[in-house]
Structures are given as structure tokens and as C-alpha cells.
Ligand binder design. Structure first.
Ligand SMILES: O=C(O)COP(=O)(O)O
Ligand SMILES: [Mg+2]
Length: 227
């Protein structure tokens, strides 16, 4: 049997320009074990990906703030505390960093995401002044203002239990600091070559190739092991 997968999306299933790599549609629809998309993006994004791959909608969104499995949603985190930090950041001249409409936050329920070009120093200063309950996570794609203790790894435990699968049976692949907790819960973990220092340090192995090339190399290895 191939193992269940916990897959990050941005930087892991994408091209360097941020598109879903077409090989996702070749390799994942028929993967013969649970596949959990675990992302910092808002809830609809991984649901849509799973839906259009023809897979069960088993997802972790908002860095673990949202877990969805078997039709059950689990929400953790304090969005009001995150928004209070963002409001204080705005009062000090900070901008949220997305255009009009802000589809990044429109459906976000447990945290707030700011654009990758915002004043991160000021954001961290404002968050630190707000106390110990809120932290900043930098994925390379966004700065997330989130509750301490909420993580993809914690959500993976929730999802694994609902699936009746040992969390240690999962193989996790990711690229950034929001994946380090997943790597700690999954039994086997890989960082792709474009991964940041936190992900590289937390992973069992850093693969030679980046983005979906790296992910494909891991998935091929897992399939060969199964033969
Ligand atoms: O939303 C982000 O900042 C990054 O998303 P990811 O966790 O799928 O890489
Ligand atoms: Mg990522």
C-alpha cells in the first residue's frame, strides 16, 4: 500500500510562478490512500483542489485553524485577536497588502493573512506588543497573523483520528515554516529544495529538486517502495 499523504500546496504542488503543476492531476486522483491538503490558504482553496481532483474533501486550511474531514469542520484560533493586531498595524501605517476584494481573507475564519511585501518588521512589533497569544508566520507567500498553538500538525492529528489512521503513517511534503509542525506529526517528512530554513530543519530529508519536481520525486519513490 502507498502511504497516506499530507501535502502542502504553495511551493510544493505548484510551479515557481505559483500555478498548480499539471502533474498534480496525473498523480493524485488515483493515489490509493488518503490525501490531506494542508495549506495556509483559506478553506475554499484546498476544498476546490480536492473536488476537482475527484478526491474526498479532506483538508487542513488556515495553517490548521480549519480541519475538514468526513463532512465535519473543526475551527480553532481567535480571529478577533488576529484582526485586532491587523487594525493596530493599519493605525501605524501598515497595509494589508492585497488588492480590492481581498479574496485571500474573504473566507478566512480563524486568522488573517497579509501580503508578502508588507512591512514585516512593523507587523512583528505590533504583534509582540499585543501579547503572547498571537504570532506571525511567514510562508514566503503571505504573513499570517494567527493564534499561538494552532498548527497544521495539530490539525493533522485531528484529521488522522477521524480517518482512523495513525498520524505516524502519513508522509508529509512541504516547503515552509508552516509545514514544520506537520513534519513533526507525520512519520516521514520531506522538504522540497525551495524550502525555507525552518522546513529544512524539521524535515527528515531535503530532496534535490524544488517545487513539484521535488514532490514528484518523493511520490515516485513511495510508489516504487510499494511495488
Ligand atoms: O497561504 C500561504 O501563505 C501558503 O500556503 P501553503 O501553506 O499551501 O504553502
Ligand atoms: Mg507552502
Amino acid at each position: 500500500m502507498v502511504p497516506p499523504l499530507a501535502l502542502d500546496i504553495d511551493g510544493t504542488l505548484t510551479t515557481p510562478s505559483g500555478r498548480i503543476d499539471p502533474r498534480v492531476f496525473e498523480l493524485l486522483p488515483g493515489w490509493d490512500a488518503p490525501v490531506v491538503f494542508a495549506t495556509g490558504k483559506a478553506f475554499p482553496y484546498p476544498v476546490a483542489l480536492a473536488h476537482f481532483l475527484g478526491r474526498e474533501e479532506t483538508v487542513i486550511a488556515e495553517n490548521g485553524g480549519v480541519a475538514y474531514v468526513g463532512g465535519e469542520t473543526t475551527l480553532v484560533g481567535d480571529p478577533d485577536a488576529a484582526w485586532a493586531v491587523v487594525e493596530a498595524f493599519r493605525e501605524r501605517g501598515g497595509a494589508i497588502g492585497w488588492g480590492d476584494g481581498d479574496t485571500v481573507n474573504r473566507w478566512r475564519e480563524t486568522e488573517v493573512a497579509l501580503g508578502p511585501d508588507v512591512d514585516a518588521g512593523l507587523l512583528r512589533e505590533v504583534a509582540a506588543a499585543a501579547g503572547d497569544d498571537v504570532e506571525i508566520v511567514d510562508t514566503g507567500y503571505a504573513y499570517h497573523v494567527k493564534s499561538v498553538g494552532v498548527s497544521k500538525g495539530r490539525a493533522l492529528r485531528v484529521v488522522a483520528e477521524a480517518l482512523g489512521v495513525d498520524p505516524a503513517a502519513f508522509v508529509a511534503i512541504g516547503d515552509s515554516e508552516n509545514d514544520a509542525s506537520t513534519f513533526g506529526v507525520a512519520g516521514e517528512s520531506y522538504a522540497v529544495a525551495n524550502a525555507d530554513a525552518a522546513a529544512r530543519n524539521a524535515a527528515d530529508e531535503v530532496v534535490d529538486d524544488g517545487y513539484m519536481n521535488g514532490t514528484v520525486s518523493v511520490l515516485e519513490r513511495l510508489r516504487e517502495r510499494d511495488e
